[in-house]
Design a protein around this ligand. Structure first.
Ligand SMILES: Cc1cc2nc3c(=O)[nH]c(=O)nc-3n(C[C@H](O)[C@H](O)[C@H](O)COP(=O)(O)O)c2cc1C
Length: 332
């Protein structure tokens, strides 16, 4: 058996995972041959995510990033998704089962962990190759997660309408706005939350795109009139990102961890190909719009993640992470 991995390094990679509002709702324990991953209820979002679904998905991404980092370090890994086995908030065990030479692919995926950032700015006007979408679909399938591009015009219209409706409902909810504000960071170098530099300053509703990104600055913008275009200005370029919907047959913690693992894989594969993404989960925050999406798209199972993907026009903004010492506990 190989020496115990350097869990500090592995957890540093795992915690580069995206998480809803950058709440980083995870805890880890490392022992000789295994890393246990737990949900941390102290980091919850009671208004946006009362069932912790999106936070458990976030933990699932961290599970995947840990596995990718271990494989790139030349270790064979098995992941067991076992919600509640050792503790009510225990989600998964990442177990090292031996050694094996890291492949070029292992290294490319591991390199993507640090390069990936949620990119909310408009993407370039270039299509995501359909071959890559097929590959993402196959890779998500290996986790029992379906992935489909929202490309049929009737599906696009339905999802856009639900997204707009959800954003409007959320913006009208004072408790939602207060929670969002609590996780927005204006001080440089904050270890968690969403730095204001990572979100576009303009009102997302004024962006020439069908796909409304979450407005993190709602109620905080200085009121003013938007610039009035001149009659002879060229029409604004309309953004046409690829939009991917991921879902699962079940809707319990196992399904959410698996959705997160698949999401982690999809994001790393896309980053390695030079692409970027940002979740658009407003329509999935609320049970009513989530159920409506299932019915209107005749989905088999439960939608878990909606993602816009495209070619980034500029490098993304790095967001903070809490030190590993805060989230990695000795086992036992
Ligand atoms: C389950 C989940 C849901 C998310 N929902 C949104 C969203 O609706 N809008 C958005 O702009 N970002 C969303 N994000 C992205 C997070 O805000 C982002 O991961 C976090 O701020 C850390 O930044 P990074 O991904 O650049 O490392 C979501 C991330 C996860 C994992």
């Amino acid at each position: 058996m190989a020496d115990a991995p350097d869990w500090t390094e592995v957890v540093a990679a795992a915690t580069r995972a995206p998480s809803i509002h950058n709440t980083q709702p995870w805890l880890f324990t490392g022992s000789e041959d295994r890393l246990e991953v737990f949900y941390d209820p102290e980091r919850s979002l009671p208004v946006l995510d009362p069932t912790h679904r999106q936070q458990v998905i976030s933990c699932g991404v961290a599970v995947e990033f840990a596995a990718v980092a271990l494989r790139a370090a030349g270790l064979e890994v098995e992941v067991e998704v076992v919600p509640g086995r050792e503790h009510p908030d225990h989600l998964a065990t990442v177990r090292v089962t031996g050694e094996r030479a890291a492949s070029a692919e292992d290294r490319a995926l591991a390199a993507a962990i640090g390069a990936r950032h949620t990119q909310r700015a408009a993407f370039e006007d270039r299509a995501v190759p359909s071959g890559l979408v097929d590959q993402l679909q196959a890779e998500a399938g290996a986790y029992g997660v379906w992935l489909e591009a929202v490309s049929r015009s009737d599906a696009e219209l339905a999802v856009v309408a639900l997204l707009n409706r959800a954003e409007e409902v959320e913006q009208g909810e004072p408790a939602y706005r207060a929670e969002l504000e609590k996780w927005l960071r204006t001080e440089p170098g904050a270890p968690d939350g969403i730095p204001v530099e990572a979100v576009p300053g303009e009102d997302p509703a004024t962006r020439p795109s069908n796909w409304l990104i979450r407005d993190f600055l709602v109620g905080q913008r200085v009121p003013g009139s938007p610039p009035v275009p001149n009659d002879d200005d060229p029409p604004p370029e309309v953004e046409r990102p690829t939009v991917l919907l991921l879902g699962t047959a079940g809707d319990d913690r196992s399904a959410w961890v698996q959705a997160g693992r698949a999401l982690g894989r999809v994001l790393l594969r896309a980053t390695a190909a030079g692409l970027a993404a940002s979740p658009l989960t407003q329509a999935l925050d609320w049970p009513a719009t989530r159920t409506r999406m299932t019915l209107q798209l005749s989905l088999v199972g439960h939608p878990q993640m909606l993602l816009r993907m495209g070619w980034p026009a500029a490098p993304g903004t790095e967001t903070g992470r809490r030190p590993v010492t805060e989230v990695l506990r000795p086992s036992g």
